[in-house]
Design a protein around this ligand. Structure first.
Ligand SMILES: Cc1cc2nc3c(=O)[nH]c(=O)nc-3n(C[C@H](O)[C@H](O)[C@H](O)COP(=O)(O)OP(=O)(O)OC[C@H]3O[C@@H](n4cnc5c(N)ncnc54)[C@H](O)[C@@H]3O)c2cc1C
Length: 399
């Protein structure tokens, strides 16, 4: 609360990070500077989303986990995610991010608690597998089943488009456990040990060479304690878990990184004897992107502010998701256009020496192919637009 000049108390929304969070940022940046040489071709694995080798990723996660950085309060988590994205460090899609919220919120046994602790400590990898080929935006159409067997549950079905299943020790999934209930009452959530017999992971190349995975569950025998939370409550649990961190500050971090690369590129590249940064069309475009970045960054901080205070965990985060992911697409598009032919020469992240003539070491072409993913993963933007419209029109209708 603050006092106005007229002595009236008012609640002012202040979206800035706290002093504590800014001082945490300094610690994180210092740590990043020590690992920067290792974020390079020496640890390259272009078949993984991070572009980096699993062993290296596990080592970094354990280091970050030992510092308590994988289970931070929302504000600190946003700072951490922003800086990791800006540095291309493989610490965004951790077990905690992908599955930790579900495990921690809905743990019902000692075994769940132990898995949750190992996620916090960065000692395991995990994935969340909800999507199926016939059920993406509309998860009520899920066909995977879990039926009670003599020793627990028998799981059958195929999940698709799963991030990081090939390296996961654990998987949070949902399956139909009741044939007769309405879809939202028919699902239950399970914590699955990925080493169990009957589980096969198939890796499929994305446009950028890294893989998204399918998981086949074929008569997988789950112990009774694999059930996470309450039987029949899987739908609500999944919605709660997906909403755990939606400010999306990592998108803003990626955008900052690519905009910085673009600025560097136009300041150091000459075309027809003119430095690109002196071309009014180029500088106008970069100015527009910078203005859009500032607006998106503020919106993301507003989403975070709202989530921390529990005043709106749906509308503003949905807006932030749409704006930030589409900003990334726009930056990638402008970067390739400004760079011209050299912007079309592609190289994987951390791939070592880029092909001759590649602008920004092939990063602009990589971004061009990559950023459409963000508009689909985490809920397609069209669906988020539906949510935004429904809430806003609902409010207009109600007023
Ligand atoms: C990079 C990436 C990572 C992913 N990681 C995971 C993961 O780890 N775990 C997991 O379970 N899933 C994951 N997914 C899957 C993701 O959640 C789905 O792709 C997403 O929910 C959309 O589902 P779909 O692909 O089946 O498309 P559909 O639902 O079939 O949609 C097709 C098109 O129709 C539009 N559409 C659908 N419904 C509506 C509507 N109501 N109003 C307007 N338009 C609509 C969509 O916007 C889209 O353009 C990932 C996807 C990507 C791209």
């Amino acid at each position: 609360m603050s006092e106005t000049a007229h002595g009236v108390s008012c609640r002012v929304a202040d979206f800035r990070f706290s002093t504590e969070a800014e001082s945490f940022r300094v610690d994180v940046l210092e740590w990043l500077s020590t690992i920067e040489p290792e974020l390079s071709a020496v640890n390259s694995d272009p078949s993984d989303l991070t572009g980096l080798d699993e062993k290296f990723e596990r080592r970094l996660q354990a280091d970050a986990g030992s510092r308590g950085w994988l289970s931070l309060p929302l504000e600190f988590q946003a700072v951490f995610n922003y800086e990791m994205a800006r540095a291309d460090a493989p610490l965004i899609d951790t077990a905690m991010t992908l599955a930790g919220a579900a495990v921690e919120k809905f743990a019902t046994s000692e075994a769940h608690t132990l898995v949750g602790e190992s996620m916090r400590a960065g000692l395991v990898e995990a994935c969340s597998a909800y999507t199926e080929s016939g059920a993406g935006s509309d998860l009520t159409a899920l066909a995977t089943t879990a039926v009670r067997g003599s020793r627990g549950w028998i799981l059958n079905g195929t999940k698709t488009l799963v991030t990081g299943a090939h390296k996961s020790d654990w998987c949070v999934t949902i399956a139909r456990t009741d044939d007769h209930a309405s879809p939202r009452e028919a699902m239950s959530m399970f914590l699955v040990d990925m080493t169990l017999p009957g589980i096969t992971v198939h890796r499929h190349r994305t446009m950028n060479g890294w893989t998204l995975d399918d998981i086949d569950f074929a008569n997988v025998e789950l112990a009774p304690e694999a059930l996470l939370g309450i039987e029949g409550n899987g739908w609500r649990q999944m919605s709660a878990a997906l909403g755990a961190e939606r400010s999306g500050m990592f998108w803003i971090g990626f955008a900052r990184h690519v905009l910085d690369l673009l600025s560097q590129f136009v300041c150091t590249t000459t075309r027809d004897a003119i430095v690109l940064a002196d071309d009014p069309l180029v500088i106008n475009e970069i100015g527009r992107l910078e203005a859009d970045w500032s607006a998106a960054e503020l919106l993301s901080r507003r989403a975070l502010w709202a989530q921390i205070r529990g005043v709106d965990d749906t509308l503003i985060p949905a807006m932030a998701k749409v704006v930030t992911t589409e900003l990334l697409v726009a930056i990638a598009q402008s970067a390739t256009e400004i760079a011209g032919q050299s912007g079309l020469v592609w190289a994987p992240l951390f791939g070592g020496e880029a092909p001759a003539g590649a602008a920004a070491d092939g990063r602009f072409a990589w971004e061009f192919l990559e950023r459409v993913h963000g508009t689909i993963g985490g809920g397609a933007n069209e669906v988020h637009r539906d949510i935004i419209a429904t809430i806003l029109l609902g409010r207009v209708g109600a007023s």
